[in-house]
Design a protein around this ligand. Structure first.
Ligand code: OGA
Ligand code: MN
Length: 198
């Protein structure tokens, strides 16, 4: 945890490999696949809930929002994220109030074009947190999350099982490159209090 906070304070992002025990990561992956097979994951929209539109050209992932009390490993994940939330608040006074997260499944060939994780009409999302669930991912399979850093360079993160990527939502343009295999993750946001309409 401390390393994540230090990295984010220094450079705006942090990557931890083996963040969670492999057995729990495998359980989360299995749960994601199960939900996908049951038809519970839906094409992700762009923008906010009621106004969200499915945009073929921007993102091709299928998602389901996590809710507490449905599955033990998911609840454990949410508990760890709450610890991370508190650590950020104690060290950096970010005033993070809650965490929202969804399973995401990118079918082969799906991508998410360059974007920033903050809605035009709401700035609650402060810290983006992506946890990857893909065993034995190889670089040739594509599917990297590419961070577009302030110095103009790109940094590619492979979606390997156990890797946790954390970055400041407002400051980090990023994209998901297409892959030759299915790509699973838990993608979420630590959020500030709602300050009302801007
Ligand atoms: C997102 C996103 C990245 C990933 O859902 O906003 O950028 O690697 N996801 O899944
Ligand atoms: Mn994003």
């Amino acid at each position: 945890m401390a390393r994540i906070i230090d990295d984010v304070a220094e450079q705006g992002w942090s990557l931890q490999t083996q963040f969670i025990a492999p057995a729990m990561t495998a359980e989360l992956a299995e749960e994601c696949r199960k939900r996908a097979a049951a038809g519970l994951l839906v094409r992700a929209g762009v923008g906010r809930s009621a106004l969200a539109v499915v945009s073929e050209g921007l993102r091709g992932d299928h998602i389901q929002w996590l809710e507490a009390g449905q599955h033990a490993a998911c609840d454990q994940y949410l508990a760890v994220m709450d610890q991370l939330r508190q650590a950020f608040n104690q060290a950096l006074y970010l005033g993070l109030e809650d965490f929202e997260s969804h399973f995401a499944l990118y079918p082969p060939g799906a991508f998410y074009k360059k974007h920033v994780d903050r809605f035009r009409d709401n700035d609650r999302r402060a810290v983006s947190v992506v946890f990857y669930l893909n065993e034995q991912w190889q670089a040739e399979q594509g599917g990297a999350l590419r961070l577009h850093l302030a110095d103009g360079t790109g940094h590619d993160v492979l979606p390997c099982a156990g890797s946790l990527l954390v970055f400041l939502s407002a400051d980090m343009p990023h994209e998901v490159l297409p892959a030759t295999r299915e790509r699973l993750s838990l993608t979420g946001w630590l959020r500030r209090r709602d300050a009302g309409p801007l």
